[in-house]
Design a binder for this molecule. Structure first.
Ligand SMILES: [Zn+2]
Length: 276
């Protein structure tokens, strides 16, 4: 389209500016030095003007008010709930992971923010909301499933208390085939038959907020999304997951999972651990 008067022509210069430059050049042609000087002045002013135009207009200050205080949750530590120490002779999580024992106890090295992308939510089936305990879960995992420790990194009881589970520097045991690089969080309850309490949902939101800040989490997933043979964390929990993800700016589902570098897989009789 042909530029109208005052509009930008080629190179972002208006017709009026081209005309002014041409007139200044023409008026000074009696002296070649003066015309060159005028051209240089014109070009310098033009460069200043274009630089000023290239500076973006500041946008309004975004509202960075957090949805919850960026503080770690008030954790009930392992000692307080009577956790047993890890058992490194456990049949299904024997010894420490290496190239010959990929399903062993695996301690992450380096920055955990480079390891974790996704929090995975569980319910504590068969333990019920207001009677399930971390110690009962640990017993289930260590004595029945023969793992080295409780499989989850955090637990939340019916009153919204948040418990420390497996050491966060250690790979969890709760999502078969996807334990490496995922954080496991269990809410006490069988949410196929009961609903999570408001206190549990609020506590989960605060915990996820903190984990997102601390480890740059990007995704929130339900256990069943990784392992479709389970219904965990129960149909009464499903609607909350999307609401929580939206409120925290997390994406839903398994799309953020990136298998971290692990020792090469070797033949092993041991299963990769999943829970309920
Ligand atoms: Zn589960």
């Amino acid at each position: 389209m042909r530029p109208s008067r005052g509009t930008r022509a080629r190179g972002g210069i208006t017709r009026r500016e081209w005309l002014a430059w041409a007139l200044s050049l023409g008026g000074l042609t009696a002296s070649g030095a003066c015309s060159l000087s005028a051209l240089l002045v014109f070009l310098a002013r033009r460069a200043e003007k274009m630089a000023a135009q290239a500076t973006p207009t500041p946008s309004p200050t975004p509202d960075l008010t957090p949805t919850a205080p960026p503080l770690p949750p008030e954790l009930i530590r392992r000692e307080a709930w009577g956790a047993l120490p890890p058992d490194h002779t456990a049949e299904e999580e024997y010894g420490f992971a290496d190239a010959d024992n990929p399903t062993g106890w695996y301690v992450y090295e380096g920055d955990l923010a480079a390891i974790y992308t996704t929090a995975v939510i569980h319910h504590s089936y068969p333990l019920l909301r207001d009677s399930g305990t971390m110690r009962a879960l640990q017993d289930l995992h260590m004595r029945t499933r023969r793992w080295a420790d409780i499989g989850y990194h955090f637990g939340i009881d019916g009153k919204g208390a948040v418990y420390e589970g497996r050491d966060i520097r250690v790979r969890g045991a709760n999502v078969a085939g996807y334990n490496t690089g995922t954080l496991g969080i269990v809410l006490m309850g069988n949410f196929e038959v009961e609903t999570p309490s408001r206190a549990q949902i609020v506590a989960l939101q605060r915990l996820l907020y903190w984990l997102k800040q601390a480890y740059r989490l990007t995704h929130l997933a339900a256990h069943y999304e990784f392992n479709p043979t389970t219904v965990c964390p129960g149909r009464h929990m499903y609607p909350y997951l999307s609401l929580l993800a939206e409120s925290l700016g997390l994406q839903r589902g398994t799309g953020g999972y990136v298998p971290p570098q692990m020792p090469p897989k070797v033949q092993s009789h041991r299963r990769d651990q999943g829970c309920c």
